[in-house]
Structures are given as structure tokens and as C-alpha cells.
Write a protein that binds this ligand. Structure first.
Ligand SMILES: Nc1nc2c(ncn2[C@@H]2O[C@H](COP(=O)(O)OP(=O)(O)OP(=O)(O)O)[C@@H](O)[C@H]2O)c(=O)[nH]1
Length: 438
């Protein structure tokens, strides 16, 4: 008698044309963004306000947070805690996902990547920015705050997301209540920021400025009343978010999904992974390989936003339940590909990077998403013009902070990388540069 197999049979693929299936659904646009800005400029409060006014968070939750905040004499923090609250909620649920928040408007499904308020903000921000379609830069407009932010993280964050390939910015000029909704204050900040951002390589038409107040809510979801700011006729934050250009969904490209989380040992789903599909499509029954582990598996079931689905496309964050896999070698940060078109694993590359500190040939850690490998900058190929990308100077001896340069890098071990991927160079725990693989 044949031995009984305890393994569940591999699910048969329906062999769908996923791109066609997707088009049939007449899909809503979807977009993801990071929230950046100097400490205390109001990032968390603004996102809390947005989620509350869009009714993602209900009055009861906010009342509860208000009570807790009042109890420690910090009533204004209730809105800022909304993001943490939704995170915790999710952590208690079954479909634990990374620290993101979802919301929808009539036009768009949004993902807020990298909820602000993390202690270790820069590395998180880099990870978030490397997946973002655009960034919301929050600036405190009140007296002296904008100015001190400029010396602090306002510029640094803007440069950082630019170097990670983010091209669109929404500038939330916040705390306008404290600036008494003064038009000249808004204009002053807008002019200074525009000059800086254009010099940093953003195109003026890709930057939208919105005056608002996260704490009191004007111009976030609801327009500012005319008696407060008759001079402003532009969009609210939500309409600016809706107006952001649609994601270029790289659906036709080979599947690439960076593993964000691995869940082992469930009874129904012994091995599941989550992550965002950066490009390509997938469907139940697909044969996949995680690189560089080289671990193969079959997709048994797919979940998107807690719903079981037959397929998923670039831009979606998915949970994949896998079979036929030996999970030992799977790692956070591995890239899931179709078995038929795996990503290459390389040990050398050229990259276009923005320097945060002086760059010289020498040792660096190369980070891609959550993974990193030791390596070295072999050579400084050229410095580049920030806006045109043309060569400014060949073989510089050193690259200054703020400059963009092409560098050649060698790694001690292979990493799965390909053109267009975003990498970060760190040395002694500090980010010294970030950019794109060429
Ligand atoms: N008056 C006024 N105060 C605000 C506004 N938005 C935020 N604040 C206050 O500014 C302080 C900082 O707000 P947070 O939302 O914690 O700032 P953050 O940028 O998220 O701070 P970190 O996460 O620590 O970087 C809090 O006391 C808020 O209540 C606003 O629109 N008006």
C-alpha cells in the first residue's frame, strides 16, 4: 500500500492573465507615501487628523485616546496616538502586517508607509521612501520653527527621499493656526522651500504646497473656512493626495516582492510571508523562488487587505501562504520572483547616490531594504548634475555632502540586486549616501 502523504497537494494555477483580470476590475488608483519632516513639526498629529476626518478611526477611539492624553496632561497628543492605535489593533489581529496604515478616498487607495514617531526614524524612513510614490513633507509654519527645521531635518529628509527616487512632494505647511493663517508667512515658506527643492532636483510642477492645521483640522479633509483664509484657493491635503500622479505599475515586468515578514507554524498556514509587490503580478499556484536564498515554493493562497484573492499586482501589499517549501533559509528582505525569471545575485555594481557625508573610496555597508552586506566603494566614477543627471566632473577625489555621484561598489557577498533598485550606503552606523543601482 502506498504511504499516505501528509503534505497538502500543490494548488493548481488557473493560468490567468493577471493584467487583463486587473483591468476588468476598473481599478481605483492606488498610491503610497511617506511622511517626513523635522521633529515636532506635527507629522503624527496630521496623519491622526487625516484618518479621523476620513472616518478610518471612530469617535470612540479618539475619545479614549483623549482621556488617556488628558490623564497625563497632554491632551494635544490624542491625535498623534491614532497611528499607534491602528498599529496595535493590527498587531492583535491575524494578518499582522508592517507598520503601515491604509485609507481610501473616492478616487484612491492610499498606504501610509512608515508611520512617523519611530525612534530610529532615518532607517525606517529610507525603507519607506524606497517604496513610496510620493512624500508628504510636514513643516511647522510658526515663528522660528520653520527656520530651525531648515537647519535640522527638513532639508535632510527632502534630500533623502529625492535620492531614493521620490519625485513628487506635497508640502504640508502646518500649524497655520499658530501663524494666524497669514498669507505672507505661507508665501515666505513656499518661496524658500521651492528654491531649495528645485536646486535639489525636484521639478516645480511636482511640488504642491498646502497650508493647514493638523491639530484643528483646517484644510486636511475639510477646506479652511473663508473667514480664516480667503486668500487660499488651492486644494486641501486630501485633494492634493488624490491629485498625486498614479503609480506607474510595473505590472508587465518580472515579479519582485521583497519579504517584509515571515509567519511560521500556523495550523492552517504553516508558512506565510508578507510584502509589497514592487513589480509584476502573481497568482495562486505560481512556482516562486526567494533570492538569494534560492528557496523554491508554491503559492497556495493569497491575501490582500485581509481578503482572499486569486491574484495580485504591483503596488499591492500581500500575504502569501506557501507550500512545498523548506522555510529554514527564508529571510526577511529576500526577494520573491517567479521561478522562470529570478533576480540576479551580484557582487559589484555602479550606483547613482546622493552623498550625506563625504564619500571616499573605502569600506561601506550596502543596505537594500532590511538586508545589508559589507563592501567597499571601489571608485568615485563622477559627480553628476542634480537635475539633469549629466556628468559634472569625472573621477573626483572626494564627493561632498549634498552632491550626487556615480560610484562603483564591491561587496564581500552576493546580494540580489538589479538596475533601478534603491540602495543605502552606511558606515559606522551612519548613512553616508543613498541612491539607485545603475
Ligand atoms: N497649534 C498646533 N499645534 C500642533 C499642530 N499640529 C501638531 N501640533 C502640536 O505639535 C506637537 C508635535 O506634534 P507631533 O504630531 O507629535 O509631531 P511629530 O512631527 O509627529 O513629532 P515626532 O514624531 O516626534 O517627530 C504636539 O504638541 C502637537 O499637538 C497644529 O496644526 N497646530
Amino acid at each position: 500500500m502506498a504511504a499516505l502523504s501528509v503534505a497538502e497537494p500543490t494548488k493548481k494555477s488557473k493560468n490567468l492573465n493577471v493584467v487583463e483580470e486587473y483591468e476588468k476590475t476598473n481599478p481605483k488608483k492606488s498610491a503610497s507615501f511617506v511622511v517626513i519632516g523635522h521633529v515636532d513639526h506635527g507629522k503624527s498629529t496630521l496623519m491622526g487628523r487625516l484618518l479621523f476626518d476620513l472616518k478610518v478611526v471612530d469617535q470612540r477611539t479618539l475619545d479614549k485616546l483623549r482621556k488617556e492624553a488628558d490623564a497625563i496632561g497632554k491632551s494635544s497628543f490624542a491625535l498623534a496616538w491614532v497611528m499607534d492605535e491602528t498599529k496595535e489593533e493590527r498587531a492583535r489581529g491575524v494578518t499582522v502586517d508592517f507598520a503601515t496604515n491604509y485609507f481610501e478616498t473616492d478616487a484612491t487607495k492610499f498606504t501610509i508607509l512608515d508611520a512617523p514617531g519611530h525612534r530610529d526614524f532615518i532607517p525606517n524612513m529610507i525603507a519607506g521612501a524606497s517604496q513610496a510614490d510620493f512624500a508628504v513633507l510636514v513643516i511647522d509654519s510658526s515663528t522660528n520653527s520653520f527656520e530651525s527645521g531648515l537647519k535640522g531635518q527638513t532639508k535632510e529628509h527632502a534630500l533623502l527621499v529625492r535620492s531614493m527616487g521620490v519625485q513628487q512632494l506635497i508640502i504640508a505647511i502646518n500649524k497655520m493656526d499658530l501663524a494666524e493663517w497669514a498669507e505672507d508667512r505661507f508665501t515666505e515658506i513656499q518661496q524658500q522651500m521651492s528654491a531649495f527643492l528645485v536646486a535639489a532636483g525636484f521639478q516645480a510642477q511636482n511640488i504642491t504646497f498646502v497650508p493647514l492645521a493638523g491639530l484643528t483640522g483646517e484644510n486636511v479633509v475639510n477646506p479652511v473656512p473663508k473667514d480664516k483664509a480667503a486668500w487660499y484657493t488651492g486644494p486641501t491635503l486630501v485633494s492634493a493626495l488624490d491629485g498625486a500622479r498614479a503609480t506607474t505599475r510595473a505590472m508587465e515586468k518580472p515579479l519582485r516582492l521583497s519579504i517584509n515578514d515571515i509567519f511560521r507554524g500556523g495550523v492552517i498556514n504553516p508558512l506565510s510571508i508578507s510584502g509589497r509587490i514592487d513589480q509584476g503580478t502573481l497568482q495562486a499556484g505560481d512556482a516562486i523562488v526567494a533570492q538569494p536564498a534560492g528557496e523554491t515554493a508554491s503559492i497556495k493562497r493569497i491575501e490582500v487587505a485581509s481578503q482572499e484573492v486569486d491574484w495580485a499586482v504591483a503596488g499591492q501589499i500581500v500575504i502569501l501562504h506557501l507550500t512545498d517549501i523548506d522555510p529554514i533559509h527564508l529571510r526577511h528582505g529576500d526577494i520573491v520572483c517567479h521561478l522562470s525569471s529570478p533576480i540576479t545575485t551580484i557582487t559589484e555594481f555602479n550606483a547613482k547616490v546622493l552623498a550625506f557625508e563625504h564619500l571616499l573610496p573605502g569600506f561601506v555597508d550596502v543596505h537594500r531594504g532590511p538586508l545589508h552586506v559589507s563592501g567597499k566603494i571601489k571608485g568615485l566614477v563622477a559627480t553628476l548634475d542634480k537635475s539633469s543627471g549629466e556628468i559634472a566632473k569625472k573621477k573626483p577625489r572626494i564627493v561632498q555632502p549634498g552632491q550626487v555621484a556615480r560610484v562603483s561598489v564591491e561587496m564581500e557577498k552576493g546580494m540580489s540586486l538589479e538596475e533601478g533598485m534603491r540602495i543605502v550606503l552606511r558606515s559606522e552606523g551612519r548613512t553616508i549616501g543613498a541612491g539607485l543601482l545603475e
